[in-house]
Design a protein around this ligand. Structure first.
Ligand code: SF4
Ligand code: SF4
Length: 461
């Protein structure tokens, strides 16, 4: 490859600290004056003025102190690759590419408004196409290709989470879904005859195969509220982990399949308990269809408070009282918050629960810190850490653990009795850290709180 002949410098050898200067890393004047167009967004890094504002907010940099781990440093590498000052070396580039949670904290503080998440996601596509795909990611990709989920689980077992009395409410909703598709296929029902009040619950791979407590809780809560809902019987992986890690070709095929599956059943609204699936539909799927998906998207933290308001409902937490509420703090998942601008609805929902009170962490909403699982990083490096011989990967895993712990300490500072989120990955990652560092701090999903509530009518008060 011509790039590799240009220099024997490696990305890790570049010193990226220091004020903006002329020469190799200086910003390009025309880009400072005029932001790039949408087509050019993959090269938005050219506008980086190396101011370093993004360094302090980057949780990865604050643990590793590696110059290539924060946005400005990574942008310098990209500029240098662009000018062929360093070779594109598939081995050394992997750390630069993947030691980032794609959390978007840096984009919030960038004075020139660089869309860092967009830039770094495209860096991953380039890395994958250039042969820099980590081994574990190859396994994830192969699993999704063969089984339509990243866990190497048989696709036919996707809805086992609700079968055999595991979750009656989920099983009934799954049966309703099977019935709807049968009627559509036979012509007994036309797509435009499907009730506009019917919502379809997209479970997602993680809640289907690993965290069925969340799919079950969602169905129980929807059922208790009296919502008209189905489980989509033949859903496949939404492609989130592949879009996040740069394997766009496989993810795009899954996206087309899921869109067609939902459209052909005349479904008007799809709801999600998984923030990752919701974000993927709200961003990649919407972009692909030019914001013309043909059905509405709602996370459960949006749907439930809306439905409750429309039907005059509220929730009463059974384990505590109005006088002695459970004090919780809410962790904004990156995929729900910065990726989809869902900040207020989860707080609205919490305010509807009698017996729960909310205290905010120091870093919340737009400036909330990532739990450490973002960007597919945990999927790549996390649970097999101890068996990974490569010391750089071990170092990465230690880094994520420290990030989890930092977020827990923030939660402890609020004196909350429980840390609550609305994302299966945040719950898993923070629970994992809590079991090691803060065993007295339960980590829950908001649905697990709701599952322990009585649904009341306001006129019953
Ligand atoms: S997206 Fe998050 S982890 Fe990645 S460079 Fe920006 S702040 Fe750091
Ligand atoms: S804040 Fe923006 S301009 Fe400044 S170093 Fe970071 S990415 Fe570059």
């Amino acid at each position: 490859m011509e790039e590799n002949k240009m220099s024997d410098k490696k990305s890790k050898d570049l010193i990226t600290t220091g004020p903006p200067s002329g020469g190799l890393f200086s910003p390009q004047q025309e880009n400072l004056i005029k932001p790039l167009t949408t087509e050019d967004m993959t090269q938005d890094y050219l506008r980086c003025i190396q101011c370093g504002y993004c360094r302090d907010v980057c949780r990865v940099f604050n643990v590793t102190f590696r110059e290539t781990d924060y946005a400005g440093g990574r942008n310098r590498i990209l500029k240098s690759l662009n000018k062929k000052e360093i070779p594109f070396d598939p081995e050394t580039i992997q750390d630069v590419v993947y030691r980032c949670m794609l959390c978007g904290n840096c984009a919030e503080v960038c004075p020139v408004g660089i869309d860092t998440v967009h830039v770094f996601r495209n860096f991953r596509v380039r890395a994958v196409n250039g042969g820099a795909m980590p081994e574990k990611l190859k396994k994830v990709r192969d699993s999704v290709v063969e089984f339509a989920n990243p866990f190497m689980e048989e696709g036919t077992k996707r809805h086992d989470w609700c079968k055999g009395n595991a979750c009656d409410e989920g099983y009934v909703a799954w049966e309703r879904g099977v019935g709807l598709y049968r009627k559509i296929k036979s012509g007994e029902l036309k797509p435009d005859e499907v009730s506009p009040n019917l919502v379809a619950y997209f479970i997602g791979c993680t809640s289907a195969f690993r965290n069925n407590e969340l799919s079950s809780a969602t169905c129980r809560v929807l059922d208790a509220m009296g919502a008209d809902f189905i489980v989509i019987p033949e859903e496949k992986c939404c492609g989130s982990v592949l879009f996040r890690t740069g394997v766009d070709d496989v993810a795009t095929e899954l996206m087309k399949y899921n869109i067609d599956l939902i459209r052909k059943a005349g479904i008007k609204e799809v709801i999600f308990s998984c923030a990752g699936c919701f974000s993927t539909f709200s961003n990649e799927y919407q972009e692909y269809t030019h914001h013309n998906l043909g059905f509405k998207l709602s996370h459960v933290t949006q749907f439930i408070p809306r439905f409750a308001k429309e039907h005059g409902l509220y929730f009463k937490y059974k384990l505590r009282s109005k006088e002695d509420p459970l004090k919780i703090t809410y962790h904004d998942p990156c995929h729900l918050a910065r990726y989809c601008d869902v900040y207020e609805e989860p707080r609205d929902l919490i305010s509807m629960i009698e017996g729960i009170s909310l205290s905010e962490m120091q870093y919340n909403k737009k400036m909330s810190h990532c739990c450490g699982a973002g960007g597919g990083v945990r999927a790549l490096y996390g649970d097999e850490a101890t068996s990974i011989a490569d010391s750089r990967l071990d170092e990465t895993v230690e880094c994520w653990d420290e990030i989890n712990e930092d977020r827990l300490l923030e939660a402890v500072e609020t004196k909350a009795e429980s840390l609550v989120s609305a994302c299966v990955f945040c719950k898993n990652n923070l629970s994992n850290a809590a079991s090691q560092f803060k065993p007295d701090l339960p980590v829950q999903d908001i649905l697990q709180i709701l599952e322990n509530c009585d649904v009341k009518r306001k006129d019953e008060k």
